[in-house]
Design a binder for this molecule. Sequence first.
Ligand SMILES: Nc1ncnc2c1ncn2[C@@H]1O[C@H](COP(=O)(O)OP(=O)(O)O)[C@@H](O)[C@H]1O
Ligand SMILES: [Mg+2]
Length: 256
Amino acid sequence: MKIIAIANQKGGVGKTTTSINLSACIAMEETKNVLLIDLDPQGNATSGLGFTPEQGTSLYEVLLGKESIKDRILPTRFEHLSIIPADMDLAGSEIELAQTDDHLTRLREILKPLKRKSKFDYIIIDCPPSLGVLMTSALAAADELLIPLQCEFFGLEGLAKIVHVQEQIKLSGANPKGTIEGIVMTMFDGRTNLCRQVVDQVRQYFPEQVYDTVIRRSIRLGEAPSYGKTIVEYDKSSHGSTDYMSLAKEFLRRRA
Ligand SMILES: Nc1ncnc2c1ncn2[C@@H]1O[C@H](COP(=O)(O)OP(=O)(O)O)[C@@H](O)[C@H]1O
Ligand SMILES: [Mg+2]
């Protein structure tokens, strides 16, 4: 079982879209079981998958040691996909956790029982867009970091920053084996030179990490969450659906 954090401290780069659709597309392969953890108090992955964020359903109490993680796992309409939703309480854990000595490794400890014994092949964590306690604890818990990167100039600056943070967490000893497994270029628009230049440049610096699959800009991808649907449910014939199916295949191939 592998824990994958989908993170980038920048907002609006496609973290949640990638978390939802990659999870669903892997689960649709039918041989793998996925648990999607929504760790962003905004709850976009929760609502994007058709759940209403409700108080008392997130990892918040679990992080504070008051509840067991097993009680927070909900089934979804995909047989092989489960979810732990987010709620606004999670925002409070930024402050409450920061006051504890072990805040960096708490999530890691909580996930350990699932690592030892559960049906899940992958736990995918949708991270909030800030370098707070929730995101850093996700980086400390994750075997692998998957970074969605928007095809724009400032995307590169953000990349340098998250790579640095991941390195610091490694050096702190909280997660010595954590790796940057992948970088997924999102919102690609082939009509602009800048887009292509950014992709080329990121590939130069991170030849191993950048996925061959590039997620194109697609209006349908923007629409799907407002119906609480994944892109494969909302419009299977769209670019977005094709791209995320191919991302899931590449994800599994890289681990075969
Ligand atoms: N490939 C894409 N094409 C078009 N819109 C996208 C694409 N990926 C994400 N979006 C939209 O862009 C916005 C930000 O994406 P989101 O996944 O929520 O980013 P993050 O979680 O990093 O903040 C959302 O409205 C989402 O629907
Ligand atoms: Mg998000």
